[in-house]
Design a protein around this ligand. Structure first.
Ligand SMILES: NC(=O)c1ccc[n+]([C@@H]2O[C@H](COP(=O)([O-])OP(=O)(O)OC[C@H]3O[C@@H](n4cnc5c(N)ncnc54)[C@H](OP(=O)(O)O)[C@@H]3O)[C@@H](O)[C@H]2O)c1
Length: 434
């Protein structure tokens, strides 16, 4: 009970602290290039990491090593980041079992189709909050010492390690008023939600105030972020979730909440005014009843994040899988525009540092709060995976890679009072719930 903590930040605090990238970059450029690490031991180029050596669908396979190779800046636009905190997403569990392996391997190494180079040892973890320790010669927005956050693309080595490299475009300055642990709960779900809501659904800050949006699966990582973003943009937000998450999603700003475990969810939503946008975080048969809830012939859009694209490339191969996914999407889009007068789309995560810059402003203004359900130390990554595997997420599960200071906003705590008993059990008593 009452284990999800939200940080309540005052926008006034943020006002004097935000600075533009350009102003900061000019001042920092002179010191941009410097050696990765100052301590002699670090120059040995070994680091701690959790790796997998093969795909494993049985839930094992994670191996701790302190002999992983420290990544280096290999292109002029790359930055090397010391990871302070990471977080887990459902994708980490899927990728551990080989989800998306064929396409991601090709993306990592375009020539891999021609030979059989291994992608292992592979490091999972898609979110990072940390500190820049090295920059390529053409990096203009960041300098060593900068606190940054980012969503690590799934084709890159992940953040369950002491260091990670990313391109400058993928990175953003971290919000100033939250800790690394809190910041790490946001980038991947934020990048996904923004890609889905902006690129696929056509929403933006200035066009959302008169829009009715339905978010299914509102209690998870993407859902809890999307509710807050949409409310910051002025939309009317309806959420589906289970009964014990109602307090959480209402605390994040949801206008209407429908308990999908109580009665027919489609029937309950069907009694409401129709929607302009549906963001579907649940998938399955949701689309069969959800598209009928959209306003017909008025540009309304259904966007699902649960797509068969990578499953298709895994099972059918790259060419056939891509063609099959394309045909499926076209058929559904055509059928929905003809018979329902609505747009049907698939949403995907996309790396986008500038988008995270906008999210940072909302976090520092107190309009978006990190929703950290559980924290684990770096020694307990397998336990964190076990917690995630049990489902019923209420926000995010975060890994403290480097033990850190407490939040600067520690005294500004809003307890939403959600029940997360299942999650506490799942963490086997190791999570430090807030
Ligand atoms: N396409 C992409 O690039 C992309 C990117 C990110 C995420 N995704 C996918 O998007 C989905 C959501 O991601 P996430 O990170 O938010 O997952 P998550 O953190 O695991 O959250 C899922 C939430 O949905 C709730 N839920 C389950 N069944 C439900 C139902 N029938 N109706 C309403 N709520 C339900 C769960 O709680 P209860 O079970 O307790 O109800 C949980 O809170 C996942 O399938 C993920 O794989 C796709």
């Amino acid at each position: 009970m009452a284990s999800t903590r939200l940080l309540c930040l005052f926008s006034a605090k943020a006002a004097g602290t935000t600075k533009t990238r350009l102003a900061g970059a000019a001042a920092r450029r002179v010191c941009c290039r410097r050696s990765v690490c100052s301590s002699p031991s670090r120059r040995q180029s070994c680091m701690s990491a959790w790796v997998i050596d093969q795909y494993d669908t049985d839930g094992g396979g994670l191996r701790f090593t302190d002999e992983a190779t420290v990544p280096t800046v290999r292109s002029p636009t790359e930055v090397l980041i010391q990871v302070h905190a990471a977080s887990l997403n459902p994708l980490d569990i899927s990728m551990r079992g080989g989800y998306g392996a064929k396409l991601l391997k090709l993306r990592r190494e375009p020539l891999s189709a021609m030979h059989s180079d291994s992608e292992f040892p592979l490091i999972l973890g898609r979110d990072v909050s940390g500190v820049v320790v090295d920059c390529g010669s053409e990096v203009t927005h960041f300098a060593p010492g900068d606190e940054v956050w980012a969503a690590v693309p799934p084709w890159k080595q992940g953040s369950l390690a002491e260091f990670v490299t990313l391109t400058e475009y993928e990175v953003s300055h971290k919000p100033e008023l939250v800790s690394h642990t809190e910041a790490a709960s946001i980038p991947y779900v934020a990048s996904t939600a923004l890609s889905a809501l902006v690129s696929a659904a056509g929403l933006c800050r200035d066009s959302s105030s008169n829009k009715r949006v339905l978010v299914t699966g509102g209690s998870g990582g993407v859902g809890t972020f999307s509710i807050q973003l949409l409310k910051a943009w002025g939309a009317h937000v309806t959420v589906t979730c289970s009964h014990n998450a109602e307090g959480l999603v209402r605390g994040l700003g949801a206008d209407k909440v429908v308990d999908y475990t109580e009665g027919d969810v489609a029937e309950q939503l069907g009694m409401m005014e129709k929607f302009d946008v549906i963001l579907d975080n649940v998938g399955g048969d949701t689309e069969q009843w959800a598209v009928g809830l959209l306003k017909p012939w008025s540009g309304a859009k259904y966007v699902t994040l649960v797509t068969p694209f990578l499953l298709n490339t895994d099972s059918m191969g790259l060419m056939d899988g891509t063609i099959n996914a394309g045909v499926t999407l076209c058929a559904k889009a055509t059928q929905n525009i003809i018979s329902n007068g609505v747009f049907y789309r698939w949403g995907f995560y996309a790396p986008d540092g500038p988008a995270l810059d906008e999210v940072r402003k909302l976090v520092d203004a107190g309009k978006i709060l990190p929703v950290v359900e559980a924290q684990f130390p770096f020694t307990q990554v397998p336990q964190a995976f076990q917690k995630l595997e049990q489902g019923h997420a209420r926000g995010k599960t975060v890994i403290r890679v480097a033990e850190e200071e407490t939040s600067q906003a520690e005294d500004l705590v809003l307890d939403v009072g959600t029940e997360t008993a299942e999650s506490e059990q799942g963490a086997q008593g190791t999570a430090q719930h807030n």
